[in-house]
Design a protein around this ligand. Structure first.
Ligand SMILES: Cc1cc2nc3c(=O)[nH]c(=O)nc-3n(C[C@H](O)[C@H](O)[C@H](O)COP(=O)(O)OP(=O)(O)OC[C@H]3O[C@@H](n4cnc5c(N)ncnc54)[C@H](O)[C@@H]3O)c2cc1C
Length: 348
């Protein structure tokens, strides 16, 4: 039976690649997944998972993959140390380390008989190859000044599931990802201040950008030095246009389009993109449709599912990083929770 199925080659083993690989293996489809790096490893991510329907996990064979995640029920926003907004989340969100999640995805994929090739970077030929899916994550925007930084800390007390701290050309999210561990993830506009010599140099950036008490709080905690990671050239704002549009082939997750991190929806979108692609790839693998037709169906499905939230998130993103936009947040302070609920759902 398996010999009759066409093989799918997935390039990139992040959430999109693994979700698809696991989903395909459950149906006996041969899958080779090539990943440039190794597992497990820390990734730049807020590690706040929201808007993920259990039915999506079920459809992909991912049920239980988020076991032990911390449940989050509320959020609080600060602008330059002053609380400007707090609300209950319209639905429970989850916090889980990507390090843990990667390890689980890898185990599940291998247990289902998937062929995983680590340290295997595949170069695009610029042409679409039948059966090849690109799940390679974001495309670097070379001229973009946006950087992402992340580190785990222990001994940090929290009152809300998600804290957002807005500073000068910076926002930082703090989320609990295990009972004794929080994740601190920042989106910063470069150029960065001169790096200090201490391991907690990331905290010094927060201090220099108007978040002194937040930095004091982190200085009183313990940073896991092994968890510190950073990425540059993130494709946001007008630099999003630098992405190569109309690239050939099937592209999922951030390789399709990247949503700004404040939405806490990129991981969910990566998994959902695999869900949307799965039926069309199964049809292709069974020989019932040609590759170009499967790719076209997948593109349409992704556009239907994601275009609205991508557009809306792109419009809101500048508000969070510019002083005039941030100050408008304070205006929303007195409003009842309903506008927040509507926005939250519209971004999912
Ligand atoms: C600062 C920041 C904060 C974020 N916070 C959140 C959050 O709180 N919640 C949320 O839901 N989302 C968040 N996101 C977004 C989320 O991390 C991504 O949307 C999600 O990880 C995308 O998954 P992916 O599988 O598409 O890509 P990735 O997770 O990036 O995986 C791509 C994989 O492909 C591999 N690869 C790349 N090129 C090649 C190649 N040529 N050959 C082989 N392998 C290759 C890479 O090594 C990588 O493992 C955040 C993003 C940033 C930048």
């Amino acid at each position: 039976m398996e010999e009759e199925m066409k093989r799918i080659s997935i390039v990139g083993g992040g959430l999109a690649g693994f979700s698809l690989g696991i989903g395909l293996r459950r149906h006996g489809i041969p899958v080779v997944l090539s990943e440039a790096g190794t597992y497990p490893r820390h990734r730049v991510c807020g590690e706040f998972i929201s808007g993920l329907d259990p039915a999506t996990l079920e459809a992909l064979g991912l049920t239980g993959i988020l076991e032990g995640a911390v449940s989050h029920r509320s959020t609080v926003w600060y602008r330059r140390e002053k609380e400007v907004f707090s609300a209950d989340l319209p639905e429970i969100a989850l916090g889980l380390s990507r390090y843990v999640l990667d390890a689980r995805c890898k185990e599940r994929f291998l247990a289902l008989g998937g062929d995983l090739r680590q340290c295997s970077r595949i170069c695009s030929t610029g042409k679409d190859t039948a059966g090849q899916v690109w799940a390679t994550g974001r495309t670097a925007a070379k001229r973009s000044p946006w950087l992402g930084l992340k580190a785990h800390f222990t001994d940090v007390a929290t009152t809300h599931g998600l804290e957002m701290h807005l500073g000068d050309q910076l926002y930082v999210g703090l989320t609990r990802v295990a009972p004794d561990r929080v994740n601190v993830c920042a989106l910063v506009r470069g150029p960065l201040e001169k790096r200090t010599s201490r391991p907690e140099w990331m905290v010094d950036i927060f201090r220099q950008r108007g978040l002194a008490s937040f930095a004091d709080r982190l200085d009183a905690a313990t940073m896991d030095e092994d968890s510190v990671v950073g990425v540059s050239a993130l494709p946001f704002g007008r630099w999003a246009g630098e992405r190569v549009r109309g690239e050939p082939g099937c592209r999922l997750g951030d390789a399709h389009r990247q949503i700004p991190p404040f939405t806490g929806n990129g991981m969910t979108m990566a998994i959902q993109s695999a869900e949307s692609a799965l039926p069309h790839l199964r049809t292709y693998a069974s020989g019932a449709c040609a590759w170009p037709s499967a790719v076209e169906q997948i593109r349409r499905a992704l556009a239907r599912r994601f275009d609205k939230r991508l557009r809306l998130a792109g419009l809101i993103h500048p508000f969070l990083t510019h002083p005039w936009g941030q100050s408008m947040l304070s205006l929303g302070r007195g409003l009842p929770g309903r506008p927040f609920d509507l926005l939250y759902h519209a971004l999912r």
